[in-house]
Design a protein around this ligand. Structure first.
Ligand code: FEO
Length: 395
């Protein structure tokens, strides 16, 4: 496919089809990803915007060299220094040692920590411009969307925004454009990306989107650094970011449990019957066998979170711990929750679950429900009522 997405503007990244995990093993990847870099050729100017992850540098350089000799790059814009986008820095600078490096004010320190050297760096702030031949580069500091160094680059003549990680998805396709691909897959991946990477910065995201909107820079194309380029109805993904960051969610429930001998699982199912009788949508996940990144995506979608675990060794089952740690770090907005679980003698499990939920910014709206050893019919009836009661908190 032609890499020229607008006259003189090329998408030159690399698609990674077989990746299973990102950020070490923290984030599952189910539909591949891409590292999108962009090249702007404008008269005597050749501007590279971002690059790719280190293992893909040879392929990237080959693609780039097919468009412009590397020693002719005049400006290298680093919107974000995380290594999945700056992995080719050393190789680029070896070929273009005189290229001017453009980064945000917050980008200088991490850039030099990753790539020590005496580089020709021009830090920029919101509103700064660099005039090229017929095009202009304009910058917007997007701190905490999602690092302190994050920056958007904007080309006013083409109304194109290069926001790096923002508005991206881990999604591989033979196409470059969002309107060419399966919309269910695309939006699921956009939501998974937001839920697992951007949720902790929800407050800053709303502020930054508002700040950007106030500038009045019209946008007709959004070129993120992962996944598909948005060229139709581009405001939709921006509006979705505001919705997700605001905690706007459906009145449904995610139930996550783990179980030793099946007692807590019986409780989960009884609770779901109570939700069902109240016409509440729910999804049930076994923490020990589910992908917690997918669970987090569902949590972003729904308002309610019910977590169940038996007490084990005066605490919780280790298999639920990775999920709870991720919940604590993500700090979802506007969620309500409650805990449940079986116990034998000491029974600390529910209290431990509530601690995690509170530290994950989930409001505990109902007393926990416990069952001793193995829930009997009376216990399960109480669980059904627990589900019905919880449904009231979703309104
Ligand atoms: Fe895609 Fe923050 O790196």
């Amino acid at each position: 496919m032609n890499s020229e997405i607008k006259t003189g503007i090329f998408c030159t990244g690399v698609t990674e089809w077989a990746l299973k995990y990102f950020h070490g093993h923290e984030l599952s990847i189910t539909r591949g990803t891409s590292y999108n870099a962009y090249l702007i050729k404008d008269g005597e100017f050749n501007v590279l915007i971002d690059s790719v992850k280190a293992p893909h540098v040879p392929e990237f350089l080959k693609k780039l060299e097919a468009i412009v000799p590397l020693d002719k790059i005049t400006h290298y814009v680093i919107n974000h220094t995380e290594p999945d986008h700056s992995g080719a820095f050393t190789a680029i600078m070896a070929k273009s040692p005189n290229a001017k490096i453009i980064c945000s004010r917050g980008g200088q320190k991490p850039l030099l920590r990753h790539y020590p050297g005496n580089w020709n760096i021009q830090p920029v702030k919101t509103g700064d411009e660099i005039k090229l031949h017929s095009k202009t580069l304009r910058f917007f500091e997007a701190q905490m969307l999602h690092w302190p160094d994050s920056m958007f680059t904007y080309c006013p003549e083409e109304k194109i925004l290069f926001p790096n990680d923002a508005f991206g998805q881990h999604y591989a396709s033979s196409s470059k454009f969002a309107d060419d691909v399966d919309q269910c897959e695309l939006w699921q991946e956009a939501m998974k990306y937001f839920a697992n990477i951007l949720t902790p910065f929800s407050g800053q995201i709303i502020n930054k989107v508002n700040d950007f909107s106030k500038l009045g820079w019209p946008v007709e194309m959004i070129c993120p650094s992962h996944g598909m380029i948005w060229r139709k109805n581009v405001t939709q993904i921006i509006e979705k970011y505001v919705e997700w960051a605001s905690g706007k969610a459906e009145p449904g429930v995610v139930i996550i449990y783990d179980t030793i001998w099946g007692g807590t699982e019986k409780m989960a199912r009884a609770i779901s019957r109570g939700l069902d009788s109240a016409n509440v949508q729910f999804r049930i996940f076994n923490a020990g066998t589910s992908d917690f990144n997918d669970v987090n995506t569902e949590i972003l979608k729904y308002k309610g979170v019910l977590i169940g675990c038996p007490t084990l060794n005066n605490s919780l089952m280790p298999t639920i711990a990775p999920f709870l740690e991720s919940l604590k770090g993500l700090r979802f907005v506007n969620k309500v929750g409650a805990a449940f679980g079986t116990y034998g003698w000491s029974g600390e499990g529910c209290a431990r679950l509530e601690e995690f939920m509170k530290s994950g910014n989930i409001s505990i709206v109902q007393q926990p429900i416990k069952a001793n050893y193995n829930p009997n019919e009376e216990d399960l009836a109480k669980c059904e009522q627990f589900g019905k009661d919880f449904a009231e908190h979703l309104k």
